[in-house]
Write a protein that binds this ligand. Structure first.
Ligand code: GSH
Length: 81
């Protein structure tokens, strides 16, 4: 999730960093697409899996494209994961 936080921050994209304690996990797990976190919620839709979330954040913010050739973008997302 750190990569996603960095991408949103560097790209000036506001986001809510929602965290929770283990006391809430039992109830939240059942609501997660694969029973795991992290997830990213955008306009009521939930995206799961870190690498998918990172790819979304990278493309949305355009942060990586300023420094890296487009063909390398998915590779850097995978590397970060
Ligand atoms: N393949 C997933 C792995 C996610 C994962 O391992 N999540 C852990 C926390 S870091 C989790 O939700 N563990 C609690 C559980 O499985 O009940 C991804 O890349 O996002």
């Amino acid at each position: 999730m750190e990569t996603t936080r960095l991408l949103f921050t560097m790209g000036g994209m506001p986001f809510e960093d929602a965290t929770f304690g283990f006391d809430k996990w039992g109830e939240l797990k059942a609501t997660m697409p694969y029973g795991q976190v992290p997830v990213l919620e955008v306009d009521g839709k939930v995206l799961a899996q870190s690498s998918a979330i990172e790819r979304y954040a990278a493309k949305l913010t355009g942060v990586l494209i300023r420094y890296v050739k487009p063909v390398m973008l998915p590779c850097y997302c995978s590397q970060a994961h």
